[in-house]
Design a protein around this ligand. Structure first.
Ligand SMILES: [Zn+2]
Length: 357
């Protein structure tokens, strides 16, 4: 216990080793600083992916795998480069191989993706991962496929069998090495605007004390839970979310953007915990206050004028999901009908306006 958790606030050490909570509404990876992560409810992301599949009448799991694969590939490449500096040469080493996959597995459990275990491995040819209480299997499968490809330096295929309780992910190399190099994911690096979000930090481990109050981490099972609601949360890379959305938009067209906004807004409206404040302006501040601890961005202006709500969010993690989120809270507080407009993020901030149509 003493080694696993901070002696003062009780937060698992691994959470501190993995990520940094910044004062600007972002959470970034400690090992790979360019990796920004966000916390979302597990069923929130399921709701969006399943909702898109339902609306368009097409199983989108292949597209989700593809987006996640690109992000996993990028992440693992950066990680390997970071650890050894010369990924190409050392990558062939079996010990190094075990280290990297060990890290990827550990990171997945830490992210709340379930109890992941490598159950079969043929160097650079085959990887079998067993997951109990799994988060969204296409997300997991795509992510692990990307890591495998970064490592084996050749494309692979992935399939999975079983259900959420127990899923087996099987990755096999497919084709010649070198081909993977061609398709790099262009990472969307958001402009980071410094913030002055004064988070209360633990005196010993310097992590926000709210983390321990808000979440409980079961690192053996790979499950993180929001204490007050009992709902499961996962930590995902924003590059992977955006890669999936971009993949969807590329394959299915621009109406996907609107669909994501609507689905997120439905989800948020349905699950909003209504604050005690009667005053609408205060209530909205309360509803939007957890954006920062979740790494979604920094809401620096929230103003309610009549029926119109205007929010400025710095360092937004996703335009679609934030617009949906603000609209969802607006609908929860003010009722329907409601609509939303957003200004795209070009310099590190966006405006979301929710209003009566
Ligand atoms: Zn602490």
């Amino acid at each position: 216990m003493g080694v696993e958790r901070c002696g003062l606030c009780g937060l698992p050490i691994y959470v501190r080793l993995a990520a940094v909570w910044n004062d600007d509404g972002t959470i970034t990876g400690r090992f790979v600083h360019s990796t920004r992560v966000v916390q979302a409810y597990a069923d929130e992301l399921d709701y969006i992916f399943d909702g898109i599949s339902e609306r368009i009448g097409l199983d989108i799991s292949k597209i989700v795998v593809e987006g996640e694969r690109k992000a996993g590939l990028e992440f693992t490449k950066t990680l390997m480069g970071k650890v050894y500096g010369l990924a190409g040469m050392v990558a062939r080493n079996r010990l190094f191989s075990r280290l990297v996959f060990e890290f990827v597995i550990r990171a997945s459990k830490n992210a709340g993706f379930g109890d992941c275990k490598v159950v079969g491995q043929k160097h650079n040819k085959l990887l079998k991962i067993d997951v109990k209480e799994a988060f969204n299997p296409p997300v997991l499968a795509g992510n692990m496929l990307g890591s495998f490809e970064a490592f084996a330096k050749r494309p692979g295929t992935v399939r999975w069998e079983g259900d959420r309780e127990h899923v087996l992910i099987v990755i096999e190399a497919d084709g010649d090495e070198g081909r993977v190099e061609e398709e790099r994911l262009k990472p969307v690096l958001p402009v980071v605007i410094p913030g002055d979000y004064m988070v209360e930090r633990c005196r010993r481990c310097h992590m926000p004390v709210e983390l321990t109050r808000r979440y409980s981490f079961d690192l053996d099972r790979g499950i993180a839970t929001e204490v007050c609601t009992g709902r499961r949360i996962v930590t995902v890379m924003i590059d992977s979310l955006n890669a999936v959305f971009k993949e969807l938009e590329g394959e299915l067209g621009g109406e996907i953007t609107r669909m994501i906004v609507e689905l997120e807004s439905d989800y948020v409206k349905e699950h909003a915990m209504m604050p005690a404040a009667v005053d609408e302006d205060k209530a909205m501040h309360e509803l939007l206050s957890d954006l920062r601890i979740k790494g979604m961005g920094n809401p620096t202006e929230i103003s309610m004028t009549g029926d119109e709500l205007l929010v400025r969010i710095e360092n937004p993690f996703s335009e679609q999901l934030l617009a949906g989120r603000v609209l969802g809270f607006y609908r929860a507080l003010m009722g329907d009908p409601a609509d939303v407009k957003l200004t795209p993020d070009e310099e590190g901030f966006m405006f979301v306006k929710a209003f009566r149509p």
